[in-house]
Write a protein that binds this ligand. Structure first.
Ligand code: NDP
Length: 313
């Protein structure tokens, strides 16, 4: 086994939260080491155009934006490495993080920015057309289907919120709900049901997303009546929940029942002193690049104050 490496500030994750934390931590002289994880750049690397990140008046491709984030963090001096955090030991005053099931790192402060992953139905067509009309983010991609008919699958608060968002942009929203009721809060359900251009397909599952190079329809199967129908749509939104990437922290870090890390409100502090969380791994409500970046900044500032107070910086 490799020898243990000691670092001052360790950042886990390379989405907007991790890179922003790296920019701030570098400028504060914390010499951060950032491990990028399995998907360098995070969820934005699987989207297309980003139009709602301030500072890009013409919009920018998600992957390109994440290259900018990385370059800026590197220019400030962050030590950016490819590698995946595979285990942690937060039981003592020095925080231990294992990388790639091999090497252990000891860090005075740790910033967790491991993000979340959208859940998918698991259809081959869904995967093939991802980015070509299939999306897991209506707020990111709805605008590209302005005035068009779209479908959305899911029945929780996210699906309800996204269906309402889409109803304001698109001509018609076809909402596919697998049971005869919705999981979303009553008020959200009522709003959805009272929106004239949202049509709900109860007891229905998605058989296939149809399209060669881009989505042109969705085949819906009513499991009660056994009727199948093809609904022409230009986009297919999946809103069946997200999975925060927090599994390895579970033995030490407080989380809610879905696995989102709990932070002390108004801060990025977790229940473990010296361990901070930012971005989607601790946010199930907003989940935007700009909010993730903002919370990455908070985490770096909190880490700096913590290290100063401990006399470590
Ligand atoms: P949820 O887990 O609450 O809901 C997921 C939905 O997707 C359920 O309706 C579920 O159906 C459906 N679903 C899951 N798998 C499939 C599948 N394979 N095929 C079809 N449908 C499927 O996730 P959300 O992202 O909606 O919400 C997560 C949490 O965040 C919740 O606690 C929610 O309240 C909260 N939230 C709050 C908001 C707010 O307060 N403004 C906004 C957004 C989210 P079924 O019901 O049959 O299981």
């Amino acid at each position: 086994m490799d020898a243990t490496e000691k670092v001052h500030c360790l950042i886990i994750g390379s989405g907007p939260a991790g890179y922003t934390a790296a920019i701030y931590a570098s400028r504060a002289g914390l010499n951060p080491v950032l491990y990028q994880g399995i998907q360098p750049g995070g969820q934005l690397t699987i989207t297309t155009e980003v139009e709602n990140y301030p500072g890009y008046p013409e919009g920018i491709q998600g992957p390109e934006m994440m290259v900018h984030f990385e370059k800026q963090a590197a220019r400030m001096g962050a030590d950016i490495r490819y590698g995946l955090a595979t285990a942690v030991d937060f039981s003592g005053p020095v925080h231990k993080v294992q990388i790639d099931e091999e090497k252990w790192i000891e860090a005075d402060a740790v910033i967790i920015s491991t993000g979340a992953s959208a859940k998918w139905l698991g259809l081959e067509s869904e995967q093939r057309l991802n980015g070509f009309g299939v999306s897991a983010c209506a707020v990111c991609d709805g605008f590209f289907f302005k005035g068009k008919e779209v479908a959305i699958v899911g029945a929780g608060d996210t699906a309800a919120e996204e269906a309402l968002y889409l109803s304001k942009i698109c001509s018609q929203v076809h909402m596919i709900v697998r049971r005869d009721e919705m999981r979303a809060s009553k008020v959200m359900q009522e709003r959805v049901k009272n929106t004239p251009n949202i049509k709900i397909y109860w007891n229905s599952v998605t058989d296939e997303v149809l399209g060669d190079k881009k989505v042109h329809a969705v085949r819906i199967h009513n499991t009660k009546t056994d009727v199948k129908e093809e609904v022409p749509v230009s986009a297919f939104f999946v809103a069946i929940g997200h999975q925060p990437n927090s599994g390895i922290f579970k033995p030490f870090i407080d989380m809610d029942e879905a696995g989102y890390i709990k932070t002390i409100p108004g801060t990025s502090k977790t229940n473990v002193e010296g361990v901070f969380a930012s971005g989607d791994v601790q946010d199930k409500i907003y989940r935007q690049a700009v909010t993730a970046a903002g919370s990455g900044c908070m985490a770096a500032l909190d880490a700096e104050r913590y290290l100063s107070a401990k006399g470590l910086h």
